[in-house]
Design a protein around this ligand. Structure first.
Ligand code: F6P
Length: 360
C-alpha cells in the first residue's frame, strides 16, 4: 500500500480479500460510520459559526449534561448508519435503550455501539474531542427475534471492528478490523480519509502517564503506588523521570499513546461507590482496548484484561488502564501484590502534608 494514497474504502476491500471472514457488510458499515464522522468533524470544526456549541439543556442516561454537539453527533450516527441494511440495532452513550433499525429499512446481522462525541466537556474550549465505535455480530440465536440490549452484552474479544475519529488540528480516523491498527488522515480537499499511519505500534516502555490526579485520595493502593513511584523519578525505585499529561478527552489520550507510547488510567476509585470506574465498557473501554491491543499495547482493569470482561449492562462502567505493555503489566502486578498483601508500604508525595519533622 502506498502511504497517503490508500483511502479507507480501498483499505477495507483489501482487508476483506486478506480475511474472507470479514464479509462485505462490515466494510460497507464502516464506510457509513466514516460518513458520520466526517459530518461530525465538520460540525466540530465550524464551532460557533454553526451555532453548535453550548449545552443542550438536557442530561443523558448517565446524568451528564448533554452538549448540543452530543445530540447532533448521535443523530449523525443514526442517520448515516441505519439505512444501509448492515445493522440490526445500535446503542450509544446518548440513548438509554437500544435503537433497533426501523422497519422501513432492511436489517442486517451486525450491532453498532458508539460514543458519538467523547470528551465533549472540551468542546466549548476548542480542545480535541472524538467519536468512538465498536462493531459486534448479532448473536445467532437472536437473528430471528427483535434485537434486545442483551444481544450487545458480548466480551470485547468478540468485536469485529473498532475505531475512533479524532477532531483535532487534523481530523484522523484510527481503525482496526483485527489485523493491526491503522491511522487515516482526512484530506479535506477531496473529502477522503487517506492511510497515513499504517501498522501503528505502541512502544512497550514509556516515561509518560496520564491520570486525573485530583482523584488521588480516592484511588486504590496499587494505583497510588504506581503513580507515587513515577513521581519519585530518578531518585525512586523506577530510576527514571516520568512526565504526566491529562487532556480529559480519552480519544486524545489514546491517540497520543498510539503515536509515542504512554499509559492512560481511569482506575476504580472510592469517590462514588456505585460506579466501579468512570468509563463505559461497551463504547469506550472495549473499542479502545481492541485498538491498543492490536497495536501491541495492553488494556486492563487492573485485575483482568478489558477484552475479557463479561458485560452485564449496556452502560456499564469499568476501570481502565491501557497503553505501553510493560507498564500496564506492572500495574496489574501491583494489583496482584496488593491483593496478596505482598506490596510494600509507600507514601504518596502528591498531597501529603506529613514530613519526618512534624509529629501530626
Ligand atoms: O466521559 C469520558 C471522558 O470525557 C473521557 O473522554 C475522559 O478521559 C474523561 O471522561 C475525563 O474525566 P475527568 O472529567 O475526570 O477529567
Amino acid at each position: 500500500m502506498l502511504c497517503g494514497r490508500t483511502n479507507v474504502n480501498k483499505f477495507l476491500v483489501e482487508e476483506q480479500r486478506r480475511n474472507p471472514a470479514l464479509i462485505g457488510d462490515v466494510s460497507m458499515l464502516i464506510s457509513d460510520v466514516v460518513r458520520s464522522c466526517k459530518a461530525i468533524g465538520q460540525g466540530v470544526s465550524r464551532g460557533s459559526l454553526a451555532g453548535v456549541l453550548g449545552d443542550e439543556g438536557s442530561r443523558n442516561v448517565q446524568g451528564e449534561v448533554q452538549k448540543k454537539l452530543d445530540v447532533l453527533a448521535n443523530q449523525a450516527f443514526l442517520h448515516h448508519c441505519e439505512w444501509g441494511g448492515h445493522l440490526r440495532a445500535m446503542a450509544s452513550e446518548e440513548m438509554e435503550d437500544i435503537h433497533p433499525i426501523p422497519a422501513e429499512h432492511p436489517r442486517g446481522n451486525y450491532l453498532l455501539v458508539f460514543d458519538p462525541l467523547d470528551g465533549s466537556s472540551n468542546i466549548d474550549v476548542n480542545l480535541s474531542v472524538g467519536s468512538i465505535f465498536s462493531v459486534l455480530r448479532c448473536p445467532d440465536h437472536a437473528s430471528a427475534q427483535p434485537p434486545t440490549a442483551a444481544d450487545f452484552l458480548q466480551c470485547g474479544s468478540r468485536q469485529v471492528a473498532a475505531g475512533y475519529a479524532i477532531y483535532g488540528p487534523s481530523t484522523m480516523l484510527v481503525l482496526t478490523v483485527g489485523n493491526g491498527t491503522h491511522g487515516f488522515t482526512l484530506n479535506r480537499d477531496i473529502g477522503e480519509f487517506l492511510l497515513t499511519h499504517p501498522d501503528l505500534a505502541i512502544s512497550p516502555d514509556t516515561r509518560e502517564f496520564a491520570i486525573n490526579a485530583s482523584n488521588e485520595r480516592f484511588w486504590e493502593p496499587p494505583v497510588q503506588r504506581y503513580v507515587a513511584e513515577c513521581l519519585q523519578g530518578k531518585s525512586g525505585v523506577r530510576g527514571k523521570d516520568f512526565n504526566m499529561r491529562w487532556v480529559a478527552s480519552m480519544v486524545a489520550e489514546v491517540h497520543r499513546i498510539l503515536m509515542r507510547g504512554g499509559v492512560f488510567m481511569y482506575p476504580r476509585d472510592s469517590k462514588d461507590l456505585s460506579k466501579p470506574g468512570r468509563l463505559r465498557l461497551l463504547y469506550e473501554a472495549n473499542p479502545m482496548a481492541m485498538i491498543v491491543v492490536q497495536a501491541g499495547g495492553q488494556a486492563s482493569t487492573g485485575d483482568e484484561r478489558i477484552l475479557d470482561v463479561q458485560p452485564t449492562s449496556l452502560h456499564q462502567r469499568v476501570p481502565v488502564i491501557l497503553g505501553s505493555r510493560n507498564e500496564v503489566e506492572r500495574i496489574e502486578r501491583y494489583h496482584r501484590e496488593h491483593a496478596s498483601g505482598e506490596d510494600q508500604p509507600f507514601r504518596s508525595p502528591l498531597f501529603s502534608t506529613r514530613t519526618l519533622f512534624r509529629d501530626d
